[in-house]
Write a protein of this length. Structure first.
Length: 240
């Protein structure tokens, strides 16, 4: 038996998930969000871009609004009604104080105890290279969790500093530490990915449901080997 992961902390009420693109949360994480919203917790999504450069066959001016619409539908499937788009340029997000400030502002606005983001590492493990947007946003989220609490920086953010982020959870990490049993969230996880219809259609000729189900159920089963054999979504948890 492989080393087992810890269960995710349960003593929180508000989470904020901040990722680069529409669809980033739907490749696994959404099944855990379904579990959390079932438990009466509030989860808000912040997308740094509208994913307008993500569909080869569609001009950004058309793709952006379409992908925002798909992301809102996708979030609704797992009980998330608050979805914000920060309007950075898809594909060329720059790590820096401008991004940190926007994310710190989002954290001050929503006052989460748990912040969720996507793996900022160079790869998804092995030789599967990630993208510059994921690296920039993941790192900036980890940094902004601290920036949000420092009243002497980003002083023109209208909301009060928020020093209440207790954890930042990284989804899609090669070295997870924690997990959520998603037995009861898996079906909604599959359906939330399927809501990215235009995106999936441009990505694969496979039937969208088969595509989504194989991926989401496959990841959860694989992760389950580290969590008592239950279907799981894993996180690398940074405690603050
Ligand atoms: Zn992405």
């Amino acid at each position: 038996m492989t080393d087992q992961l810890e269960p995710m902390p349960e003593d929180w009420q508000r989470a904020l998930a901040i990722v680069a693109h529409p669809d980033d949360l739907e490749y696994g994480c959404a099944s855990a969000v379904a579990i959390w919203t079932d438990q009466g917790r509030e989860v808000t999504y912040v997308m740094v871009t509208s994913g307008e450069a993500g569909i080869e066959t569609l001009e950004p001016a058309e793709a952006g609004p379409l992908r925002e619409q798909e992301q809102r539908a996708s979030a609704a499937v797992v009980g998330v009604t608050n979805v914000e788009f920060l309007g950075h340029a898809d594909g060329v997000i720059e790590y820096g104080t401008a991004l940190r400030k926007d994310l710190a502002a989002a954290i001050r606005r929503h006052r989460p105890e748990l912040v969720i983001t996507l793996n900022p590492d160079d790869t998804w493990g092995g030789t599967y290279w990630s993208t510059p947007d994921h690296r920039a946003v993941g790192r900036a989220v980890l940094d902004a969790a601290g920036d949000a609490g420092n009243r002497w920086i980003f002083r023109d953010i209208p909301d009060e500093p928020w020093n209440g982020v207790r954890w930042v959870a990284i989804a899609g990490s090669e070295s997870p530490t924690h997990a959520v049993d998603v037995t009861d969230g898996l079906e909604r996880g599959v359906r939330s990915l399927m809501e990215h219809r235009a995106y999936i259609k441009a990505l694969t000729t496979e039937n969208p449901e088969t595509y989504a189900r194989n991926l989401i159920e496959g990841f959860a089963r694989e992760s389950g080997a580290q969590f008592g054999g239950r279907p799981a979504v894993t996180f690398r948890l940074f405690t603050r």
